[in-house]
Design a protein around this ligand. Sequence first.
Ligand code: ADP
Ligand code: MG
Length: 393
Amino acid sequence: MALRTVKDFDFKNKKVLVRVDFNVPLKDGVITDDTRIRAALPTLEYIRAQEGSKLILMSHLGRPKGEKKPEFSLAPVAAYLAELTGWKVIMATDVIGDEVKAAADKLEKGEVLVLENTRYYAGETKNDEELSKNIASLGDIFVNDAFGTAHRAHSSTEGVSKFLPSCAGFLIEKECKFFDSILENPKKPFVAVIGGAKVSSKIGVLESLLPKCTTLVIGGGMAYTFLKVQGHSIGKSLFEEEYVETAKNLLAAAEKAGVEIILPEDHVVASEFSENAVAEAVDSIDIPEGKIAMDIGPLTTAKIKDRIAAASSLVWNGPLGVFEFEAFAKGTLKVAEYVADCPGTTVVGGGDSVAAVNKFGYADRIDHVSTGGGASLEFLEGKILPGIAALRD
Ligand code: ADP
Ligand code: MG
């Protein structure tokens, strides 16, 4: 279904309510990473360039849980935005109410009003209709550009779209473009690399991608439940007994569909799950008693490299090992490098996977590095994201 975007709208002389993701890390009132603020600028600049338009921005910040706690105020973000852009930015005293309404109505062209933290209201996360209506009354058009919260039906993401003409900003548009193309009509060979800690958190992604892909690489902690199902010894590696049936079914479904499954064939193991544990190479599928698999080994990495090099489309979610510990980061580092070199369309989603790609410095050589952890996971699971569904025709 076609997504309505800012290109479909005329913002001349309009008050434009934009849901941004200004949920930035703050330390003692100072913004420690402004990536999200900068990421919102293309959409804001595009709207602001139209004669007479006025911007009203809203976002959540942290978890004030329905209380007006000053430490969760968006005031430092508004000040930062003013400094960054040179725009006249006015900080609202609240999210809704007469005072805020008056401030919105008084806006001169080119001015920007930043509403207070939407989660100052408990109704926000309950998608309360009254709150949505009150927010909507502030503007003429609603633009959603907060992909990170698009999987939640909240007042400021989904609710408000019921009361105003609404569309996606450039960030959401880009996320949809890549995820839609990968999920609806992936060019083959399509390689999916799924890692991370647990089968339980990735089963939805595995089931959704399996029927679409040519090769499914299963790595990370969850691979060991699969290896155990295949009759291998896995030592003290992560094992989810309750997912044995699920793993069996998935392997059977892959065989039936002719999808190649790649599981670890060699490993880097440790005697304890710790940063300082000594890394030991195991060049067989079976893992010695008492050892914990912490990363994939070089044979597995080489096989993954071949498949990625031949992929026309690729999606990667979940690290292949405990990449936070230097001694067990190599598998993930290598895969990040192969994904960067992949000739096909490449999409990386998931909080930790994106952190890995950034940490290793490959982000700018990947076609799309998703900005939303939970949202990208739900996209890959084939779920409908309510914040986005509301923007489609
Ligand atoms: P994402 O956030 O990209 O979706 P996950 O949250 O599913 O990824 O998984 C990330 C976590 O998986 C990391 O903290 C990593 O340490 C862990 N992990 C990877 N491989 C293993 C392993 N072999 N054993 C235990 N944990 C692992
Ligand atoms: Mg994670």
